[in-house]
Design a protein around this ligand. Structure first.
Ligand code: PAF
Length: 282
């Protein structure tokens, strides 16, 4: 496995693979990788001849009061995880490699970014879509893999790829959880022992919602109430949002149907965690 830092090195390698007729899978990440990322890389390895992982803490997707500076980083550990999962190339650029001074071009997906995290984190998805477009242009993958934990991000990227006619298949992969239910996230590392315990309220609230749903409750406002009152039992938790939306267009729904997404964002102390559940009837 190779670790490279420049756009030129990635392009040279990928061109060589493409010349040999090989397919390329791509897993964009911000590093501090965990089993969630590992599952994306493994799926990419299964479905492609070669897999590229990018590790780049993208400054333009963080708001002024967010955690850019303290976002956790551990390139050695990440490299081992990528190698173990079967990736062939890590792209780990410096911000100056990715952003020329005074860039004037950004990618913005409208409507789908109006609610949920888009509303709470202004500019976030503009930063995500811009960096992901740039990474797609650099890596030129056949397929790209994203976690379903960031459900809005996944829907927004799918829409962007469709709207811009990018010839890349976007594949969503299931949320990976700790044994006790907490969704894996690089930000879990910010939690103290007490907060780690409190953070279980997110998956517990979603499980309660599922119980009501499976026993026939379809009214979205009632399901939201179940979630809200469960979260409010936890004194370290503060709700950022609890929403039920259509899982593709992300517009709020009044009644649960087979493509509804329940999405929540909750502060545990100072750490903002997200989790979700999509109701799929097969
Ligand atoms: O989900 C993430 O880790 C980031 O938003 C992504 C897609 C790597 C873009 O920086």
């Amino acid at each position: 496995m190779k670790l490279v830092h420049t756009i030129k090195e990635v392009r040279t390698q990928v061109k060589e693979w493409k010349k040999q007729g090989l397919t390329v899978g791509f897993v964009p990440t911000m590093g501090f990788l965990h089993e969630g990322h590992e599952s994306l890389i493994k799926k990419a390895v299964e479905e492609n001849d070669k897999v590229v992982v990018s590790i780049f803490v993208n400054p333009i997707q963080f708001g002024p009061n967010e955690d850019l500076e303290k976002y956790p980083r551990d390139l050695d550990k990440d490299s081992k995880l990528c190698q173990g999962a079967g990736a062939e190339l890590i792209f780990n650029p410096e911000p100056a490699e990715m952003y020329v001074n005074h860039a004037a071009t950004f990618v913005e997906v409208e409507e789908l970014t109006n609610g949920l995290c888009g509303e709470k984190r202004p500019g976030h998805f503009r930063g995500v879509c811009t960096v992901v477009s740039k990474l797609f242009n650099i890596v030129n993958p056949d397929r790209a893999y994203f976690g379903e934990k960031d459900a809005q991000q996944l829907a927004v990227i799918k829409k962007m790829v469709n709207d811009l006619n990018l010839d890349i298949e976007i594949i969503g992969c299931p949320i990976i959880r700790e044994e006790d239910g907490l969704a894996k996230s690089s930000r879990n590392t910010y939690l103290s022992a007490e907060e780690r315990e409190a953070a279980l309220v997110l998956s517990r609230a979603l499980n309660k919602a599922k119980e009501h749903l499976f026993s026939g409750e379809k009214d979205a406002s009632k399901i939201k109430e179940v979630i809200t009152s469960e979260i409010n039992t936890e004194k370290l938790a503060k709700i950022d949002y609890v929403e039920i939306v259509d899982s593709e267009i992300l517009k709020p729904v009044n009644s649960m149907d087979s493509s509804s997404l329940i999405a929540i964002a909750v502060y545990i102390g100072k750490t903002r965690l997200i989790d979700n559940f999509t109701w799929r009837i097969s």
